[in-house]
Design a protein around this ligand. Sequence first.
Ligand code: ADE
Length: 235
Amino acid sequence: MHTIAIIGAMTEEVALIAKSLNDVEHDTGASLDVSRGTLTAASGETIAVVATVGGMGLVNAAATTQRLIDGYRPDAVIFTGIAGNLNPNLHVNDVVLGGTLRYLDTDMRLVGQWKPGTEAEPVTEFHSDDHLLAIAGEALNDMGITHITGIIATGNYFVEGDELTRKVVHDTGADAVEMEGAAVAHVAARNDVPALVIRALSDNADTEYEVFREFDISEYADTAARLAIDIVKRL
Ligand code: ADE
């Protein structure tokens, strides 16, 4: 049986997935509550799914990804959630698939000294798996959702305001900014597990965090989660 691990940072990002699983059981440990259940693929195959809220930021994302890989040996890891939009051609509730994921607050000259990558050829970015990107693209077309496969920048802080937004775009060329995707793709790459980062746009990176916190992000979180479920069913 295939196993897919699905991670979100916030409760809203995983709620719909946990609700959609059949025969759910819970595993706890390492500060995680993992919903373990199944989905039935269009082919009729039963797919095992483990889904959890990992918490915000790079360390939570990395620790959660490694925990799910070690504990469940998934065939793929999908990150689902929301992001700030940096692309003037996109709008709130459109989707950016993380074709390329770049850190925005790590000096990658240092990271490049370690595996994967060498000092001569530092790893400065990570990528979602091509096959998963293709399936996601088909699902998004069928769902009628505007989307691109683009660059996602990941950092340990919320991006708000013109100055910071310009700096992030200058440093990374990103279409969207969030706080986990590159770490998930990085850990998945170290383990040779295909990864996919899905982000529904929740804001234009122009909203103060204090204001953003009051937003109901469920609609956008559900857009990404619906896509994650649809992808699993197409596997
Ligand atoms: N997640 C959603 N919006 C974000 C933003 N503006 N910055 C960082 N992470 C986000």
